[in-house]
Design a protein around this ligand. Structure first.
Ligand code: FE2
Ligand code: FE2
Length: 215
């Protein structure tokens, strides 16, 4: 099998690069493409976004701090989104669960700020396009779903958020330990445990009530 240039596709690297640069062959054009096609354009928010192409991340410590700033941003966005989800939920158990998780989320933000302090770095956010996308989708699906299935849509959206947080905190706990910061790891573990408990609770609500009511 050969690609359009006639060279064998066996070389993943060549095929992959060709696909990435869309034939124009420059990193600048890839970045330009990213800006144009991104759900929330990187330049439009006026916030700094460090990411895949950044040279600011040189060490494990940089990576840890970057990811901490990513989850700090995510938690703040979740704190802003939860009141809207509370307003949309019809099931009492689900609404109560969202309300409690809003209070927990404020605690998560405080713990992350404590980790910044313990680690001796400034508490600031780095825009996270993943959580922006998940929250935008949550807003869209819960707005489009009929009342009968809205709670099921809200649970599914909330679980996507929880799973994002779980993956970030899981990574941060492991990296904090690797960097010799058990004090930071302990705080992050508390957030991780609460996200996991929330996820399990959402599953229970869905299985016991919400999905059955929507079926
Ligand atoms: Fe959280
Ligand atoms: Fe959460």
């Amino acid at each position: 099998m050969t690609e359009r240039s006639g060279r064998p596709i066996g070389s993943y690297r060549e095929a992959d690069q060709d696909c990435l640069v869309g034939g124009s062959g420059t990193t600048a054009s890839l970045l330009d493409w990213w800006e144009r096609t991104s759900l929330v354009p990187r330049k439009s928010q006026g916030r700094r976004t460090m990411g895949l192409f950044s040279k600011d991340i040189q060490s494990m410590d940089d990576l840890f701090v970057h990811t901490l700033r990513d989850i700090y941003y995510a938690e703040k966005q979740i704190e802003r989104s939860l009141p809207k989800m509370i307003g949309k939920a019809r099931n009492d158990t689900l609404r109560k669960g969202f309300e409690e998780h809003l209070a927990q989320t404020k605690g998560h933000i405080e713990r992350v700020e404590q980790v910044f302090k313990q680690h001796g770095v400034e508490a600031k956010t780095v825009r996270c396009q993943a959580i922006d996308g998940i929250l935008a989708e949550a807003d869209e699906i819960s707005g489009e779903a009929s009342e009968d299935v809205r709670d099921a849509a809200l649970v599914a959206a909330a679980q996507a958020v929880e799973h994002y947080e779980i993956t970030r905190y899981g990574t941060l706990v492991a990296w904090a330990k690797e960097l010799g910061r058990p004090d930071c790891a302990a705080l992050l573990q508390q957030n991780l445990d609460e996200e996991k408990a929330t996820d399990a609770r959402l599953t229970k609500v869905a299985e016991e009530r919400v999905n059955r009511a929507a079926a």
